[in-house]
Each structure stands twice: as C-alpha cells, then as structure tokens.
Design a protein around this ligand. Structure first.
Ligand code: PXP
Length: 247
C-alpha cells in the first residue's frame, strides 16, 4: 500500500513569527494541504516556541479533519499540552535549545524511564504514541519495550547523502544505497516488534521515491522541502506533487 503523507507546516508559522503577526495562517495552510490530498498535518511545538504556538495547537485540533500529529520533547510540560489538546498522535523527538532543526533520533535506551512514562501518559489520554529514532536496532527495541505504537525513522543521514547532484554518483551513491539498506532493515525489525513504521527528516521530491519503495514504511512526515516548493508553485500543487512522487 502507498505510504501516507503528513505535511509538516512549521515553516508557515516560521514566516508568521518572523514578523510576530497573523499571516501567513497555518490554519489556511492545514486546510489547503488536506484539500490537496495530504493524509495528515504535522507540527512541532518547540520549547522555545520559535514557530508553532500553543494557540496553534488548540485551533488546529478544531480544524484538522484528517490526522493531527504533534512533535514534542519528552518533558512533563509538553506531555501536559498533548493531554490537554489531544492531537491524534504525538511524536516524541529530542530537542537541543540551539539546534537549527532536529538533529537525530531520540536516545530512548538512554532515557528509557522518561520515555516510558511519557508514552504511558499519552496512551492513557487516547493519543497514538510515536517515537523518532535513528535506524538503530538498540533504539528500536527500546521504543518497543517502552510501549511506543510507532517509530518514525530519522532519515537525516540519508538526506545528507542525497542532498547534492554529485551524491548520485560514485562513492556517494554507494553510501546512499547503504543507508537505504539500513533504513529498510530497521523498518523490517520494527515491524517484527509490532511497531508501525514512519519516516522523515530532510526528505525531498528527489530522494523520497527510494524510501517509498520500502513496503514497511506506512507514513512520511515532510516539511521543509514542500514549503520551499510552495513558495514557487503554491502549497496545493506542492503537496499534490509530493503525493505523486510517493505514489
Ligand atoms: N519528522 C520529525 C520527527 C522532525 O522533527 C521533522 C522536522 O521538524 C520532520 C519529520 C520533517 O523534516 P523536514 O522539515 O526536513 O521535512
């Protein structure tokens, strides 16, 4: 079955917050993505609130009719926001204060009790619990033991290897193929642990097809590349085109 696409609309809020004003509206963005065929909307509420604000979560919860996935750090304050607003899903991600974007998967094995407690609270509130991890056996097993229902595999390494045209040749190509193999093996392992498999980070119109061919991956979360393309072709068309590439 073709994997689903959740569009991450954080960067619409990034533009709004650049002026601390009311536009562009992430609510309009969410509706346009849904109308273009996106299966869900993803946002990351960061502790520094650099883009998505608490109020955005409240309104998105009212407006999004497909699937609302909220990424957040594993802190008590964040879990309270989730329990209060009840998105369909929460993806637990690591967060470093000065990072430009999420830098890799969550160290579930190293923060096991914290993650297990957060997942239990989410599930108690009826929220689907996902954990963002590197394609790493130890982390996937820990996520399964901690009660996660889904893992989202971090594709940052793959994204880095496929960023430039040069990467599509020679040693770069071999490295990218090895990373695809690592993601494939991690997907099979996660499936064997009874976990649903999502993937995301740095995926583009150019590099997503190879991962869309992995049958175990049932969902992609893609933001920056879609919003970047939307600047030139419009959001509706940008989403349609990404859906087409995934298909
Ligand atoms: N998945 C997770 C867990 C993320 O943190 C992000 C970035 O917020 C994404 C997917 C989307 O990454 P990108 O914006 O590079 O497509």
């Amino acid at each position: 079955m073709t994997a689903k696409l959740n569009v991450n609309i954080d960067h619409v809020a990034t533009i709004r917050e650049a002026r601390k004003t009311i536009e562009p509206s992430i609510i309009t963005a969410a509706v346009v993505c849904e109308q273009a065929g996106a299966h869900g909307i993803t946002v990351h509420i960061r502790q520094d609130r650099r883009h998505i604000q608490d109020r955005d979560i409240a309104i998105l919860r009212e407006v999004v009719t497909t699937y609302l996935n909220v990424e957040m750090a594993t802190t008590a304050a964040m879990i309270k926001i989730a329990v209060d607003y009840k998105p369909d899903a929460v993806s637990l991600v690591p967060e470093n204060p000065n990072e430009i974007t999420t830098e890799g998967g969550l160290d579930v094995a190293g923060n096991y009790e914290n993650v297990r407690t957060a997942i239990a609270a989410l599930k108690d509130a009826g929220i689907f619990a996902s954990v963002f991890v590197d394609p790493d056996e130890r982390q996937i097993e820990a996520a399964g033991r901690a009660g996660a229902q889904q893992i989202e595999l971090c594709t940052a390494e793959y994204a880095e290897l496929t960023l430039s045209a040069r990467a599509a040749h020679g040693a770069g190509l071999q490295k990218a193929q090895a990373e695809i193999e690592r993601i494939k093996n991690a997907s099979v392992l996660a499936k064997n642990h009874g976990l649903i498999v999502a993937a995301g980070h740095g995926l583009t119109y150019r590099n997503v097809a190879a991962l869309a061919a992995i049958p175990e991956i049932s969902e992609f979360n893609i933001g920056h590349n879609i919003i970047s393309r939307a600047v030139f072709v419009g959001l509706y068309k940008a989403v349609e085109e990404m859906l087409e590439v995934i298909r």
